[in-house]
Design a protein around this ligand. Sequence first.
Ligand code: ZN
Ligand code: ZN
Length: 299
Amino acid sequence: MFASSPFSELLHHATHWLGGYALALLMMAGGGALERRWPAELLQSRAGMRFNVVYAALYMAFAEAMRPLLAVISVALVNAFGGGWVVLASRGWGALASIVIVLLTFDLLEYAFHRLQHAWPVLWKLHSLHHSADEFNVTVTFRHHWFEVLIKGCLLYPVVGVLFKVEPWIVGVTAIIFMFGNYFAHMNLRIDLGRFTTWVNNPQYHRLHHSNRTEHFDHNFTQLLPLWDHLFGTLWVPSKHEWPATGLDDGAQPRSLLGALSWPLQTPARSVLPPPHTHSTHRLATRQTNNHSSHDEHA
Ligand SMILES: [Zn+2]
Ligand SMILES: [Zn+2]
């Protein structure tokens, strides 16, 4: 039957990817317009942004290709653990409470996984691609290594399915909130939220997480709510004029799309070795091998 033919499957995935990528381009264009009006950092390179935009297409194509596999794995895991331990409401005020519960759960999981990405060498090898952007702007939003799609899809997100029996639209609403939050947090936008800076992730708060300055390392991990940084002692409240330079301390960057796709194989071993007898941060390990000249230049 045509409806289930490989061609129609391919067409379905291509359409889904195209829709997703068109939305990403729209969000980046909108974000870019705001960045040009109120930039935090002037004179960023268009070539760098183009690189991120093209890489995002590859990243999203891989995520789309993996969707059926991840769905099968998620269902298998949820079934194996007797999924849906807690039934969440989907009507009236109960639905609002469900959205808050799912959102907090996802955000806490993202926070925990992000801490691991900075603490475990093998995960840092992947995550350091995201941090290698020395120009921080909305196009960095999708600059994550493609393999992280598999790790998060197989190990992180199914946890929510195991914990909660919840209608898909509630998960959809939280996904939209995270999507907007993620674009917003990566913008090169000089916006001062005042005392609300530590209420929700934002361009200055997350820029500090991407900072190439030693004192900022291992802070502001949160994806959406700085609440977690508060609770687990990783909060750095940016001062009014604190808009640091970003990137890896040794300035390592992918030189091509192939370089980005194979990034973990290219990262020098010294960048992922934890320093002896110090705080377990691999960015610090890299820093120690390179002294402090590079970030002093950028600061
Ligand atoms: Zn990070
Ligand atoms: Zn980021």
